[in-house]
Design a protein around this ligand. Sequence first.
Ligand SMILES: [Zn+2]
Length: 83
Amino acid sequence: MTCDRCGGKSLAYVMSYFTIDMLCFDCKNDEKGAPNYQKAYDAETAAVKNRNFNFPGIGIAPEDQAYFDERVKLRTPPPSSAL
Ligand SMILES: [Zn+2]
């Protein structure tokens, strides 16, 4: 199994607050800094409170996607450049 967001391998996966993607811990941590994290978290928490365990999440807005892309890029070491 690989992470739905970065494609990396991880020993364990957790569900995204934004979508039903299964994420590695790095990506899950990154969500906390996303522009709409609070909104996603609140929506997910409210859904669970209403016993709606199939809540698909609020989705990923373009600004969130840009943030995640940037985070994954920072995490992944760039390919060794030719000297
Ligand atoms: Zn990941």
